[in-house]
Write a protein that binds this ligand. Structure first.
Ligand SMILES: *Cc1c(COP(=O)(O)O)cnc(C)c1O
Length: 406
């Protein structure tokens, strides 16, 4: 019975071009990466990772990871509240607290094994029965799941619709109100109107939770993320930065008022009931942070933004001729919206034939009818990598459109 219904669900997925398959990486994360399939191993030029600064395989970060393992061993041995909280974790949290202090006065940072767990922690430990969560419709799945698990009431407001949120807040009478949003939207690449959201938070005595998975390390002159880029500072901010994307390693942190962090240490189940990450991970992250904040970070952010400019300039006419839509994104996430699931998959397959890997993103990750190629750029890409992608996209355009552009 179960197996019959699973087989039917699999047939449905297949029929709607929604089957997901894992690819096996045979070499480390880099623009050119070998992947294995049944036929053998092939090296592809990939525009799919979230390694925005190219730090995942940076020699200093790798050396620091190995050094951390020699110093601390492989595993932490227990959760943070038992014996797993090491000096390596503690130093990292101290460093992150200082990093965030210009944007969140007196900020204290708390390290988590993953961003998914950090988001669950914030929403479940603060979102009690006396609270309302105001969630943006395009929020990441981890924020959606956190809201589902929380006891708080949940209201959703349309993408970037500050006026709609204002009305919802005005009509809410729970003692605690939390506005919950991605900083950079993960499937669209646009930036939330955080200055306006913060003004609403102040007006309605609410708090603003910002998940900056795609902004941390990438945005702001010092790579401190979306708050730095928008020059925001407030103690009403609760900030989540992830450390497996631009920082190139793993984990995440929450930065907020010390009383909020202390409450999470005592109540957040995804903090308490899980083994602390290996101390070596925290040790390696100290090196990542130093790179992000230093000259190398500045250089890498400049390279990334140059690649973003080249891609957008080259892609605009191609998208127009092909009837695709290039999302209005200033970040490393550059979605090319194709519409139909099958067409997005076919385009992705066409690129792969040309040796280029760009993932097709389909519902339910994005709304029906907006299947897309999610192109992500990295400081590790060169101008000629971007040119190669543009050439392949031109060649893969629907036949009719090719004639118009040529
Ligand atoms: C990737 C991501 C997360 C989850 O972070 P992990 O560390 O990968 O668990 C959370 N929020 C957003 C917006 C993300 O893109």
């Amino acid at each position: 019975m179960l197996l019959d219904s699973l087989a039917e669900a699999a047939r449905q997925r297949e029929r709607h071009a929604l089957t997901r398959r894992r690819r096996i990486a045979a070499t480390p994360c880099a623009p050119r990466q070998a992947v294995e399939d049944g036929a053998g191993t092939r090296t592809l030029l990939q525009f799919s990772s979230n390694d925005y600064l190219g730090l995942a395989n940076h020699p200093d970060v790798v050396a620091s990871f190995a050094d951390g393992a020699r110093q601390w061993g492989a595993g932490s041995g227990a959760s943070h509240l038992v014996t797993g909280h090491s000096l390596a974790h503690h130093r990292l949290e101290h460093e992150l607290s200082e990093w965030m202090a210009p944007m969140i006065p007196q900020a204290r940072a708390l390290y988590f094994c993953t961003g998914y767990m950090a988001n669950l922690a914030v929403l479940t430990s603060l979102g009690g029965a006396d609270a309302t969560l105001f969630c943006e419709t395009l929020n990441h799945a981890s924020l959606i799941d956190g809201a589902r698990l929380a006891r708080a009431a949940v209201q959703r407001y349309p993408h970037a619709d500050v006026a709609a949120l204002d009305r919802l807040l005005a009509g809410c009478d729970t003692p605690l109100k939390l506005i919950v949003t991605d900083g950079v939207f993960s499937m669209d690449g646009d930036i939330a109107p955080l200055a306006a959201l913060l003004a609403l938070a102040e007006r309605h005595d609410a708090w603003l939770v910002v998940d900056d998975a795609h902004g941390f390390g990438v945005l702001g002159d010092n790579g401190r993320g979306v708050l730095e880029a928008l020059d925001l500072c407030s103690s009403r901010l609760i900030y989540i930065g992830t450390l497996g994307k631009a920082a190139g390693v793993a984990g995440a942190f929450v930065a907020a008022h010390p009383a909020i962090v202390e409450h999470m240490v005592n109540t957040a189940r995804t903090y308490i009931y899980t083994t602390a990450a290996p101390p070596a991970v925290a040790h390696a992250l100290m090196t990542s942070l130093a790179l992000i904040a230093g000259e190398e970070g500045t250089r890498r952010r400049a390279a990334l933004h140059a690649r973003i400019g080249e891609l957008r300039k080259g892609l605009a006419p191609v998208a127009q001729a092909a009837g695709w839509r290039l999302a209005d994104s200033p970040t490393a996430i550059q979605p090319l919206i194709v519409g139909d699931n099958g067409a997005a998959l076919a385009l992705s397959a066409g690129l792969e034939d040309a040796g280029i890997r760009v993932g097709a993103i389909r519902p339910p990750t994005v709304p029906e009818g907006t299947a897309r190629l999610r192109i992500t750029l990295s400081a590790a890409h060169t101008a000629s990598d971007v040119a190669q992608l543009l050439g392949a996209l031109r060649a893969a355009m629907p036949r009719l459109a090719v004639r118009e552009v040529a």
